[in-house]
Design a protein around this ligand. Structure first.
Ligand code: SAH
Ligand code: SF4
Length: 328
């Protein structure tokens, strides 16, 4: 759209515009002082760069944006400000999600559509603008918002390549992580990419029966096939995979299940991330005691495990808890 709007203008205008959007992080064309006033007015009309978003802040340092897209659908994006100075944007890749995991608020609303490259980029841009106000920057981007990124592979990769470009946000490939529920062909494609993007896999149960119960998609992409693809990915990239494991009371949190998990992941290049379950309308979160015991079993078996701390609970902004109620 920008290219079309700049037809007939000198060539360097395109670079100036990119600079205004991605380096100066202008909120609207009126702030792009390097451009002539008439051009700014024209651009404001034909390709506006303002983003329609409602913000909710949390005392714990996270912030959630409800973004309204051009067609009126809504998505959610979260900023997590870590104590160590990292600013991670958790982006959505789809409006809703077709995978239907029982514990997931996004899964419960079903699938509406894939996001375009620019709609993914826009989510990062929104928080880059907000962080600029306090002199900060986006340091990491994780595809852990609404949707299954590997069912929108091309647009997700196009967005990563775009944000990685020195002419835009210039964020290193290793600062991106894609989380998948186990779309094998996506893992395979990622392994073949030149860009070294991190991979996270939503495992959530080591045995097929439990996994199929909470993640119906396990029947289409069974665990052995997914793990085989992950193994190939790590062999090729030598990058550690994060195995996500949401701790759900009485479903997947027993010491016996921890033993099974340790057995399953023996020899894999990766670590387990124990995630506290954010209550949706199903299940209860595991107690702190069950999580502690579960982690102990993994450690005893020398399987590296970390615990993801709760954040953004009061604004329902933990990654993977996004629902954009507006769409229902
Ligand atoms: N579709 C992808 C990425 C988005 S979900 C995937 O499933 O991996 C990002 C993470 O949040 C996943 O690990 C998902 O299982 C987790 N998640 C979903 N609902 C959650 C909830 N209610 N509480 C905690 N984590 C949840
Ligand atoms: Fe989709 Fe991921 Fe939610 Fe499952 S956990 S429904 S794959 S967004």
């Amino acid at each position: 759209m920008l290219k079309k709007a700049l037809e007939g203008e000198p060539k360097y205008r395109f670079k100036q515009c990119y600079r205004a959007i991605f380096v100066d992080l202008a909120e609207s064309w009126s702030e792009a002082s390097s451009l002539p006033v008439e051009l700014r007015e024209k651009l404001e009309e034909v390709c506006p760069i303002s983003i329609r978003a409602e913000m909710k802040e949390d005392a714990g340092g996270s912030e959630k944006a409800l973004i309204t897209l051009a067609d009126g659908l809504a998505i959610e994006t979260v900023l997590i400000a870590h104590e160590d100075g990292r600013n991670t944007v958790c982006v959505s890749s789809q409006v809703g999600c077709p995978m239907g995991c029982l514990f997931c608020a996004t899964g419960r609303i079903g699938f509406k559509r894939n996001l375009t490259r620019d709609e993914i980029v826009e989510q990062v841009l929104l928080f880059a603008r907000r962080l600029k106000l306090s002199g900060d920057k986006v340091t990491n981007v994780v595809f852990m918002g609404m949707g299954e990124p590997f069912l929108n592979y091309d647009n997700v990769m196009a967005a990563i390549k775009f944000l990685n470009d020195p002419d835009t946000i210039n964020l290193g490939a290793r600062r991106f992580s894609i989380s998948t529920a186990g779309v094998t062909h996506g893992i395979k494609k990622l392994a073949a990419e030149k860009l070294e993007v991190n991979l996270a896999f939503s495992l959530h149960a080591a045995d097929e029966a439990t996994r199929s119960k909470i993640m119906p998609i396990n029947k289409k992409f069974p665990l052995p096939a997914v793990l085989k693809e992950i193994n190939k990915y790590t062999e090729k990239t030598r990058r550690r995979v994060m195995f996500e494991y949401v701790m759900i009371d009485g479903i997947n949190d027993s010491p016996k299940q921890a033993e099974e998990l340790a057995r399953l992941l023996k020899g894999y290049l990766g670590f387990v991330n124990l995630i506290s379950y954010n209550r949706t309308d199903m299940f209860r979160p595991s107690s702190a005691e069950s999580i502690r015991r579960f982690k102990q079993v993994l450690e005893k078996n020398r399987l590296p495990a970390v615990e993801r701390h709760r954040f953004g609970e009061s604004i329902e902004a933990a990654c993977g808890q996004l629902s954009a109620r507006k769409n229902r």
